[in-house]
Design a protein around this ligand. Structure first.
Ligand SMILES: [Ca+2]
Ligand SMILES: [Ca+2]
Length: 167
């Protein structure tokens, strides 16, 4: 009986599923030469998720541009990306449900350059472009675990009650 209940719960949890989302600057979502500056954040609405906001650093005159100056493979395949010049900063905030497994696809990281997204709190990431000729964010992907439905919560509750009674 216990084993059957656990199997049922496991199956239901798997059915709930994890959702996957992507912002791809190489797609047509964001037009080329779109700019982000201190007065104009870039807010991208991702179907089924909600908004993701890109801002420049709070104390910085940075201007970020969606352009085609960086490649992923040393210079042959140039892609659209949100470009950061050296010393520029971008803050990326997930305004929809909790984003997990956040993965930045950063292109144009040459020798001596670095660009590592640093998480702040549960929904914000800061990326600083350091050195060389800058980098670009080609894409961001992430997952969302949907809120458990009230029906599933009832099943879990009743099941744990039954398990407790049997101990
Ligand atoms: Ca710039
Ligand atoms: Ca570079």
């Amino acid at each position: 009986m216990k084993a059957k209940l656990f199997t049922l719960l496991t199956t239901m949890a798997a059915t709930v599923g994890i959702q996957a989302f992507t912002i791809d600057f190489n797609g047509l979502v964001v037009p080329l030469l779109t700019t982000v500056d201190s007065t104009t954040p870039l807010v991208i609405n991702v179907a089924g998720y909600g908004d993701v906001r890109f801002e420049v650093g709070p104390a910085s005159p940075d201007v970020l541009v969606v352009d085609t100056n960086h490649s992923n493979d040393g210079g042959t395949t140039f892609q659209n990306s949100l470009e950061l010049d050296p010393a520029e900063t971008v803050l990326v905030t997930f305004l929809g449900p909790q984003a997990i497994n956040v993965d930045f696809d950063i292109i144009g990281i040459n020798a001596g350059e670095s660009a590592t997204p640093v998480p702040f709190g549960s929904s914000e990431y800061q990326l600083d472009a350091i050195g060389g000729d800058g980098v670009g964010i080609a894409a961001i992907s992430w997952n969302v675990v949907p809120e458990p439905s009230s029906g599933l919560l009832v099943v879990v509750g009743v099941s744990s009650l039954m398990l407790r009674r049997r101990r």
